[in-house]
Design a protein around this ligand. Structure first.
Ligand SMILES: NC(=O)c1ccc[n+]([C@@H]2O[C@H](COP(=O)([O-])OP(=O)(O)OC[C@H]3O[C@@H](n4cnc5c(N)ncnc54)[C@H](OP(=O)(O)O)[C@@H]3O)[C@@H](O)[C@H]2O)c1
Length: 338
C-alpha cells in the first residue's frame, strides 16, 4: 500500500510517500480500500511535534477515511465486503489501504461523495459534542464560533443553524461572504480587528451564550470574558501554538503560560461554565459516538448536514494540502484522494 509518513519533525517537506506491506484486518476489523482521507489541523500539529496524542515519528497520521470494504477479519460478516463506508481511524488514515474496528465504520450515504464523507467524522462529531452535548445550545441563544471558516467551524454553523441560534463567527475576511451564505449572521475578521470589542458592540455589551474556542492559551481568557451570564466556553484546541517562533514542542510554552485557571468560586460568582472536548480521547465510548453519528446521518438525509470540501489533493501531494491549511486558505475540508 501507499502511505504518507511524517519522516521527521518539521515543515511540509517532512511528509514522504512510502510503500508498506498491505495490512490484514485483525479480528473485529474491516479493511477499506481508501478513496478519500480527511486532513485535520491535528495532523499539522503532529508534524510540528506539537500533538502529544500522535504516534512516535516516523508515523502515519490521519483520523478518517472513506472507501470500499475489501476484506474482513474474523467475527465480521462477509456482507461488509463491497460496501461503501467511511470510518474513524486511530491514525494511519493517510494510506490507500486502512484497517479499522467495525464499531468505527459507518455506511456512506449514497447522496454524498467519498470526499464529502471524510468531512463528516472529526468535524461534525466534534461540533456536535461542543454545541449540543456539552454546550447545550438552544433555539434563540447566541453562539460565537471561532475559526468559523474551518472544517469544524462549518460543521458548527450547520448545527447552530439547525438549532435556530444567532450565529457570530470569526474568520479571515475573505471567507465572510461564504460564511454568511452558510448561515453566519455576523462575521468578524479577527485578524484585523479586536474580535472581543466587535462582539461587545454587536451584542450591545451582553456577550454570547456559547463560545467554541480552538485557539487556546490567553485566547480562552478573552473568550471567557465575552460570555454573558449562564454562558459556556467550549475549549478544544491550541492552534495559537503554531504561531510561535520557538522550536518544536517549546512552541507550547506561551500557550501553557497564557492558559487561564478557572477557580470554582469565580465560576459560581460569574454564572459561567467552561468545558473541554477531545474527540481523540473518546475511543472507549463507541456507542456514544455511534448515537451522535446516527443523528448526523439523518441530518444528511434531511439536508441540514452539508459537508463542504474546499479542495482535494492527490495523496502524494499531502505536503501541499497541509500547507494550504497552514496558510489559512481553506474554507471547510481539505481532502486527500487516491
Ligand atoms: N479537540 C478535538 O476533538 C478537535 C477535533 C477537531 C479539531 N480540533 C481543533 O480545532 C481547530 C480547527 O481544526 P480543523 O481541523 O477544523 O482545521 P481548520 O479550522 O480547517 O484549520 C485551518 C484554519 O484555522 C484557522 N487558523 C487559526 N489559527 C491558525 C493558525 N495559527 N495557523 C493556521 N490556521 C489557523 C485559519 O482560518 P481563519 O484564519 O480564517 O480563521 C485556517 O484556515 C484546530 O485547533 C484543531 O486542533 C479539535
Amino acid at each position: 500500500m501507499k502511505q504518507i509518513f511524517i519522516a521527521a519533525r518539521g515543515g511540509p517537506e517532512k511528509l514522504q510517500l512510502r510503500e508498506s506491506a498491505d495490512p490484514n484486518p485483525a479480528a473485529g476489523q474491516v479493511r477499506i480500500r481508501v478513496r478519500a482521507s480527511g486532513i485535520n489541523f491535528a495532523d499539522i500539529m503532529a508534524r510540528q511535534g506539537l500533538y502529544p496524542d500522535a504516534p512516535k515519528i516516523p508515523c502515519v497520521v490521519g483520523y478518517e477515511v472513506s472507501g470500499t470494504v475489501d476484506a474482513v477479519g474474523s467475527g465480521i460478516k462477509e456482507s461488509w465486503i463491497g460496501k461503501e463506508v467511511f470510518a474513524l481511524t486511530r491514525f494511519g488514515g493517510y494510506s490507500d489501504l486502512v484497517t479499522a474496528p467495525e464499531r468505527q465504520v459507518f455506511a456512506k450515504p449514497e447522496s454524498i461523495s467519498h470526499e464529502q464523507a471524510v468531512a463528516i467524522p472529526v468535524n461534525y462529531l466534534t461540533a456536535w459534542q461542543l454545541l449540543v452535548v456539552m454546550g447545550s445550545l438552544k433555539r434563540g441563544e447566541t453562539v460565537l464560533i471561532h475559526n468559523a471558516g474551518g472544517g469544524v467551524g462549518l460543521a458548527a454553523i450547520d448545527i447552530a443553524r439547525q438549532i435556530g441560534a444567532m450565529i457570530y463567527g470569526t474568520a479571515s475576511g475573505g471567507k465572510h461572504a461564504f460564511l454568511k451564505e452558510r448561515g453566519v449572521h455576523e462575521a468578524i475578521d479577527y485578524r484585523i480587528k479586536d474580535w472581543a470589542v466587535e462582539l461587545n458592540r454587536l451584542t450591545n455589551g451582553k456577550g454570547v451564550a456559547l463560545i467554541t474556542d480552538p485557539l487556546g492559551g490567553n485566547h480562552w481568557r478573552k473568550s471567557f470574558k465575552a460570555l454573558r451570564s449562564t454562558g459556556r466556553l467550549g475549549m478544544f484546541g491550541v492552534s495559537v501554538a503554531t504561531n510561535s517562533k520557538l522550536a518544536g514542542p517549546l512552541r507550547l510554552l506561551p500557550v501553557a503560560l497564557g492558559t487561564p485557571l478557572f477557580h470554582p468560586l469565580a465560576l459560581m460568582n460569574a454564572n459561567k461554565s467552561v468545558f473541554g472536548v477531545n474527540l481523540g480521547h473518546l475511543w472507549h465510548e463507541p456507542e456514544m459516538i455511534a448515537g451522535w453519528m446516527e443523528i448526523l446521518l439523518k441530518g444528511i438525509a434531511d439536508g441540514w448536514v452539508r459537508p463542504h470540501v474546499d479542495k482535494s489533493f492527490p495523496l502524494e501531494r499531502a505536503g501541499e494540502a497541509q500547507s494550504y491549511m497552514e496558510e489559512r486558505k481553506n474554507i471547510g475540508k481539505v481532502v486527500l484522494t487516491m
